[in-house]
Write a new protein. Sequence first.
Length: 310
Amino acid sequence: MPTWSGILDELVQSRIGDGPPQFDAVRRRYLASLKHFTNRAVVLYATKWTQHDPDISPDLISIVDEDVQGIMEVLHGLKEPELDLILHSPGGSLEAAEAMVIYLRSKFSNIRVIVPQLAMSAATMIACAADTIVLGKHSFLGPIDPQISLTTPLGQRMVPAQAILEQFEMAKQECRDPANLGAWLPMLNQYGPDLLVQCQNASDMSTELVRIWLSAYMFRNLSPNEARKRASEIAQWLSNHSNFRSHGRHIPRSECETHGLVVEYLEDDQRFQDLVLSIFHATTHTFSATAAVKIIENHLGKAFIKTVIK
């Protein structure tokens, strides 16, 4: 099996003279090899988010509307009816994720989402729009309860929408006793006039989108009633903040299977696993040693790459 250090050695050997390692060439060679092995189109969507860099704005490594342009770029000219989407992302905008799913599903009759390490939040939602999800022992999805950007005395914070709703219900109960008002007022003053409605709408939207996508794609071969039932159960489970206690909770493969997601094991085919992990390791090395912070790329080498020059 290829390792992080093994791909690093390959990158070092790829240098021409005193030049830098050929990051793009090595990564693209493995993308092309995966396409040749599966005969499916291959698209990589990955961002530099597990390699923490405080100087990088969260918007640059999150799912945003601009990514639709990137997806359009790398899908242009692809003729294959089936897609392998390699996904490594912390999530981001619900609306942008929805737009990506609509476009991807308009182009391919079958989509397999491959998660080499982590696909969280809105990226988990995208995975739920696949026909199957490929996970390794080391792969994780995440809760889909939406996050709300809240301005606080301590600065800007991303707060689970359901936590805000639960806290407000707690405040209503405790503030029946006027003695508790002094403790609650500083927190309640942070709530804008539409915050609670915004939180409820975001929670409802994430649950509803996943339910619709699971019914339409992953469970489309079931009876309509059974598809709706399974999809609703999974969507409610993934969107319930109380189930996970943390938006960043890592959901392992076994738990995804237990709750009914259609999962393939990355380890079931050694060659397939080797190619996927080689792509992933080459991608993380690219993030570590270059200005790239987001890579959207296909097996032909056509890419939409976001960079940050410090």
